[in-house]
Design a protein around this ligand. Structure first.
Ligand code: EPU
Length: 353
């Protein structure tokens, strides 16, 4: 199906973005691949659109073909012992898939409940939350390789997953077609790995709960942070976390300790989550907060979520330019306060920060 001049604001969770020159709705893999091949053949720019929950699109829209991924289907394709391999088409909505796994007694993605978007996006930014990320369960990703002009299968190693990153992120080479997850047949969740979630569940880190308990607690936590899409909650008109959590090496840790002590007093400590090689991940939300941006801080019609400083929102009436101005203000404030350069997490289309 082709359409001209579709407004992209209707396809993003931020409700922002101008028109697409051309808009293709692809509901089969063959349509999907044919649409990309045709556009590539004409030298036409392509924007692959899934759930639109991690996209910030220019007010000028997209001067090319937008391909909306609408492929559906979930099938069990194997596994061994109590492990089940489930192959899911890229256009399946993520959270209904998680909900089905939870009710079918399949463990491994229950903490990824309530995340907007579609399945095809999950390997791209290695979607993660509350102690799980999809790199733990993805077995393989089938994709159309636009360089080789061929269908390819990438196993977990070939996906090169790291924190919010993979071989698919930051380039347009691969069009994700389907994703296979290895899930465990179990009534109980994977060990709870996130302190805030364990606390909410009233268990210790490392203990298990039922899949439903894990899902319900994650949904509650996410709702409390405005991170579950809800037409009645303007804070959920966001792209989730707008910045990634910075990962610091030894020198950067020492420098941040110095800046934090200078700004907040000698006893102040910044959040630290250990990473490999002696590095630590810190919290962008904390840095934004302590740089002086309160929840609900607004610049024109764009606003920091009233529930979490890491989400930038369009509570209504904002344009992409307004959101970018707010993002620049926040990034500049954190740089001035702590010497750390925040990096955007959502994909920016036709704009730079
Ligand atoms: N904090 C503040 N102010 C706030 C909120 C949080 O100072 O307004 C501090 C607190 O110290 C808190 C810490 O930030 O302990 C961490 O907050 P939270 O547990 O909410 O996690 P996050 O680091 O802000 C990350 C992911 C989320 C994911 C949650 C839960 C990134 C960029 N974000 O957020 O993912 O849901 O952890 O695991 O890694 C997303 O990527 O879009 C996303 C929502």
């Amino acid at each position: 199906m082709f359409a001209e001049e579709v407004n992209l604001a209707g396809y993003t969770t931020l409700r922002l973005g101008g028109p697409a020159r051309r808009f293709v709705e692809a509901t089969t893999e063959a349509e999907l691949v044919a649409a990309v091949r045709a556009a590539d053949g004409e030298g036409e720019p392509v924007l692959v659109l899934g759930g639109g929950s991690n996209l910030v699109v220019s007010d000028d829209g997209f001067p090319g073909t937008v391909i909306h991924i609408g492929t559906r289907g979930t099938e069990r394709v194997g596994g061994e012992g109590d492990t089940v391999h489930v192959r899911v088409q890229a256009g399946e909505d993520w959270d209904p898939f998680v909900a089905r796994c939870v009710s079918d007694g399949l463990a491994g993605i229950e903490c990824l409940s309530g995340i907007p978007g579609r399945v095809g996006a999950t390997p791209i930014q290695n979607v993660g939350a509350y102690g799980q990320d999809v790199s733990e369960t993805i077995v393989e990703v089938r994709a159309y390789d636009r360089e080789a002009r061929a269908l390819v299968t990438l196993d977990r190693d070939a996906c090169r997953f790291t924190y919010r990153h993979s071989v698919f992120k930051g380039n347009d080479r691969y069009l994700v077609l389907d994703v296979t997850y290895a899930l465990r047949e179990a009534e109980e969740s994977q060990p709870v790995a996130y302190a805030e979630l364990a606390k909410r569940l009233g268990v210790g880190v490392g203990e298990r709960v039922t899949l439903k308990e894990a899902r319900d607690a994650v949904l509650e936590l996410r709702r409390g942070k405005g991170m579950v899409l809800d037409a009645a909650d303007p804070d959920s008109r966001s792209a989730g976390s707008f910045f990634t959590n910075p990962i610091l090496d030894g020198g950067q840790i020492a420098e941040l300790e110095r800046r934090v002590a200078e700004r907040l007093g000698p006893d102040a400590r910044f959040p630290r989550y250990p990473e490999s090689g002696g590095r630590v991940k810190t919290s962008a939300a904390w840095l934004i907060d302590r740089a002086g941006f309160a929840k609900g801080h607004a610049l024109g019609p764009a606003r920091i979520s009233t529930k979490h400083t890491l989400a930038l929102t369009n509570p209504g009436g904002a344009r992409t330019a307004d959101l970018l101005a707010l993002a620049r203000e926040v990034r500049g404030g954190v740089r001035a306060a702590f010497g750390i350069e925040l990096v955007n997490e959502p994909v920016l289309v036709g704009i730079t920060l």
